[in-house]
Design a protein around this ligand. Structure first.
Ligand code: MRU
Length: 345
């Protein structure tokens, strides 16, 4: 399986997802600012993966601090936390990972050396846990996939978007390894083609049968009866079950409802944000115009055009059949069940 992110000899090693599938290039980040840049530019991407990257970046911040004095070290960590949290606002996992690290440091009594060691161990734990959570999501979700099913997915919620195994692709992987004969429809996912570049690459590596389609073909195949269920990842789930995910997911959810096809989202508990009541409170990241006016670096639009580029949209909970989590499958009414499941954990 592809190592998306790892601690490697004092640096944070990430696979540069901007280069995939053409080239396999690794970036060794020695400073937290380099990790921040990697997150901002999508060298590392996907909600759980940026949570792990943020956590490891704080280890770099602590190690790079030229002080052993507690208050000064905490100031460095808080500054790095703020800079990293600002890189991408939609996925809650980033803030979740950063908060977990900062809270550990705040609660510690030891000296600077002990703090640095504890931060490193915690970041490795977060990475290891994430992979385990994905495997649990996969096992729970596989039960929802009938033998012979054809599944549509959007964007990339695979190994590359997590510390390993994936969420939506974890469900697909688990169903495949359980011997179910499945087929996947992969939305290319404009503007940055995470489906065509990354999901198609992962499925090909795994030998899972798939067909790549452009985003505007989903309705056509649903109407023909070629798609039996949809499963995607998500970047943030509000207390009422509304879920943000890659732009275009909302359209897919509406299409699925129109055609009577179950629409599932898959995520670890770290993606659930009970601090917000609904998806209206989720900040949607707006990215640069060039991502829309160009494809693979080649300009496709005339110069000087007005462009909108929201990176995510929110699917209202009424379109979601179930949320597949590491804690099990959560069905509506989400406002009651999300809170009780999370508290029981
Ligand atoms: O902009 P990206 O590529 O980071 O967007 C990723 C997605 O929308 C994923 O579906 C989501 O983060 C879930 S990943 C398990």
């Amino acid at each position: 399986m592809i190592r998306t992110i790892e601690w490697h000899d004092g640096s944070v090693r990430i696979i540069d997802q901007r280069e995939l599938p053409g080239k396999t290039v690794f970036i060794d980040c020695q400073t937290y600012q380099q990790v921040a840049e990697g997150i901002r530019t999508l060298a590392v991407r996907g909600a759980p993966a940026i949570g792990v990257a943020g956590a490891m970046a704080l280890v770099l911040a602590a190690r790079g601090a030229v002080t052993d004095e507690r208050e000064a070290l905490m100031a460095v960590l808080k500054k790095a936390h703020a800079e990293l949290a600002a890189t991408r606002p939609t996925a809650v996992n980033l803030k979740w990972g950063l908060d977990r690290m900062l809270n550990l440091a705040l609660g510690m009594k030891g000296d600077a050396g002990e703090m640095r060691e504890a931060l490193l161990s915690e970041s490795l734990r977060i990475a290891q846990e994430d992979e385990e959570l994905c495997r649990r999501i996969g096992n729970h979700g596989a039960a929802l996939v009938p033998d012979g099913a054809s599944i549509l997915t959007h964007c990339n919620a695979g190994s590359l978007a997590t510390a390993g195994y994936g969420t939506a692709l974890g469900v697909i992987r688990s169903a495949h390894s359980a011997g179910k004969r499945i087929h996947v429809f992969v939305d290319e996912t404009r503007p940055l083609l995470q489906g065509a570049r990354l999901t198609a690459w992962e499925l090909k590596e795994e030998g899972i049968p798939f067909t790549l389609i452009t985003d505007n073909m989903a309705g056509y195949f649903m109407k023909k009866g070629d798609i039996h269920l949809v499963v995607t990842g998500t970047d943030r789930i509000a207390a009422n079950g509304d879920a943000a995910n890659k732009i275009g997911t909302y359209t897919v959810a509406i299409l699925a409802k129109e055609h009577g096809i179950p629409f599932y989202i898959a995520a670890p508990y770290s993606t659930i944000d009970l601090s917000i009541n609904s998806g209206d409170q989720i900040c949607i990241e707006e990215r640069c115009a060039e991502e829309v006016t160009t494809i693979g670096g080649v300009r496709v639009a005339p110069g000087d055009v007005r462009v909108a580029n929201p990176a995510f949209d929110v699917t209202p909970h009424r379109y979601i059949h179930a949320i597949i989590t590491d804690m099990g499958i959560i069905r509506p009414p989400f406002s009651e069940k999300l809170a009780s499941t999370l508290v029981a954990q």
